[in-house]
Design a protein around this ligand. Structure first.
Ligand code: LFR
Length: 499
């Protein structure tokens, strides 16, 4: 009898249901459902439509029933920082505002009246992002303080969906750390900080680690989807799940502290794994974050604007009646000579009315060639991303004192060959690209670890290495298949010599 696990992985632009199973030490995946997502304007605010997302979650679950593949457990991961507030009758107070809404504008100043940025970083280890939950909660306090008064529960988006599925309210640790309200040292809520900020402590219950069983589906959900299973917490922050699925080559005995990763999607999250948070002033100045991970490891990384920039340009072109696939944009970009580079992390690019204009204005005002055609725009964006990766490698090496010969690119963006080549060239490091479904795989791994399919995260990462095709890009060389999806694990060095 096969044992199935279901990952529901919801990103900022799409969601997917993936069934996973382990066969002879290898992971097998089956995508059974996919749906669209995006922030939409509601009541003058950029919001997530949590109601329709929950309908999609259940629609996807029904596919399990149709296929006759009933999972032992399921878990949901999403983007981070966003949340809902529930009143005493478990009704949502206000909307599920999205992190690109500008309600947080000026909230940093308000926050620093109470605590300095330095103190905040020393306590939480979280990088400043104006959209972090802490700034969003400051905006709630300013605009609708009654929500805080009436609120009984604060739930991050995946916690809310888990609650709708089971009737059990649990607050998962990895995602909670992105609120900037969790102490890096202890991994528990910083109630002292909440008190200073006027945030009611009752909203925040005990944190639960990935692998914890939330409970079975409610009777109503069971009836609707046609089966029952347990809900088990993955790392509910999608980046936490993605980094769990960074493949580890067993014969090299490398540890993830020796490698760099980029979780590449709407955002590019670039960093390494640390066993202890680095909350130093140097780290704060370079704007690195220490997000909580599986087993209390830390994802020491930087948010880089990511494929959001090219996704936005593609959408804008479509609206003008010029539709291109990402592959076409990459091909056109590769034929361009334009050398302009923008700073992807400039807040200009977070939620501009027009991404095309934002990129053009940036180039214009800094005296660089202004991209005009879709190919030129794509070339500037992809080259700028790769340049940003290059700077981040240098910063990471300076701060950690380690040197990193390779970068593992995982997530949907790892399929962008052109970007992988640029990344290898501009970082001077070997790039290993894949697996593309890292986030869903990581979600599955947490459930599989809880069920005893693997003994440790290391073992699970080695299974990822054996199970999925990865491509290798050396600086100045085209991408070649690196380790095979099937067959025995191969020693990286031996294979390099063979080529
Ligand atoms: C990636 C991600 C990042 C987080 C951003 C906003 O999907 O979760 O890790 O900083 O979205 O939540």
């Amino acid at each position: 009898m096969e044992k199935y696990y279901l990952a529901v992985d919801i990103g900022a632009s799409s969601g997917r249901h993936i069934l996973g199973t382990v066969k002879e030490g290898k992971l097998e995946l089956q995508e059974i459902y996919r749906f669209e997502n995006g922030m939409k304007q509601k009541d003058g605010q950029f919001c997530w439509d949590v109601e329709s997302l929950f309908t999609e979650i259940k629609e996807g679950m029904k596919e399990c029933r149709k296929l006759g593949k009933i999972p032992l457990s399921m878990g949901i991961d999403t983007w981070a920082v966003d949340f809902v507030l529930l009143d005493g009758e478990n009704r949502m107070l206000g909307n599920a505002a999205g992190y690109r809404d500008d309600r947080t504008k000026g909230m940093d100043k308000k926050l620093y009246e109470v605590i300095s940025l330095k103190d905040l970083y020393e306590r939480t280890g979280i990088q400043k992002q104006i959209f972090n939950t802490i700034y969003q909660l400051m905006a709630v306090r300013e605009e609708t303080p009654e929500y805080l008064e009436k609120g009984e529960t604060f739930l991050m988006i995946p916690d809310y969906f888990h609650y709708l599925l089971t009737g059990v309210k649990m607050q998962e640790y990895t995602n909670a750390t992105t609120t900037q309200l969790v102490k890096a040292e202890t991994g528990t809520w910083d109630y002292e900080l909440m008190k200073k900020l006027g945030l009611p402590e009752r909203l925040f219950g005990n944190l639960s680690m990935p692998g914890t069983t939330v409970g079975p589906l409610t009777g109503a959900v069971e009836q609707e989807v046609g089966f029952s299973c347990q809900v088990v917490l993955p790392a509910t922050h999608d980046t936490g799940s993605a980094v769990m699925a960074v493949p580890l080559c067993p014969v090299e005995e490398e540890s993830t502290e020796d490698i760099l990763y980029i979780s590449s999607g709407t955002w590019s999250l670039m960093g390494t794994e640390l066993s202890k948070a680095n909350c130093s002033a140097e780290s704060m100045e370079a704007n690195f974050t220490n997000e909580g991970g599986y087993d209390h490891r830390f994802r020491y990384l930087k948010n880089i604007m990511g494929l959001w920039m090219i996704q936005s340009v593609k959408k804008e072109l479509e609206e003008k009646g010029e539709a291109y696939s990402f592959a076409e944009l990459c091909r056109m970009a590769s034929e361009e000579e334009i050398a302009s580079i923008v700073d992807c992390n400039d807040s200009l690019f977070l939620a501009p009315v027009s991404m095309i204009r934002a990129v053009q204005d940036y180039c214009q005002s800094s005296g660089m060639a202004v991209p005009k055609t879709p190919g030129q725009l794509a070339a500037v964006i992809y080259n700028s991303l790769a340049a940003c990766y290059g700077n981040t490698v240098k910063e990471l090496e300076a701060i950690t004192g380690r040197s990193y010969p390779a970068i593992h690119v995982v997530g949907g963006g790892s399929n962008a060959e052109y970007l992988n080549r640029l990344t290898a060239d501009r970082t001077g490091r070997t790039v290993y690209a894949g697996p593309g479904e890292a986030t869903a795989i990581g979600n599955l791994l947490a459930q599989m670890l809880a069920a005893g399919e693997f003994e440790s995260l290391k073992q699970a990462r080695e299974a990822v290495y054996r199970s999925f095709a990865v491509k290798e890009y050396k600086p100045d060389s085209p991408g070649l298949p690196f380790y095979p999806a099937k067959g025995k694990p191969v020693n990286k060095h031996e294979q390099m010599e063979e080529k």
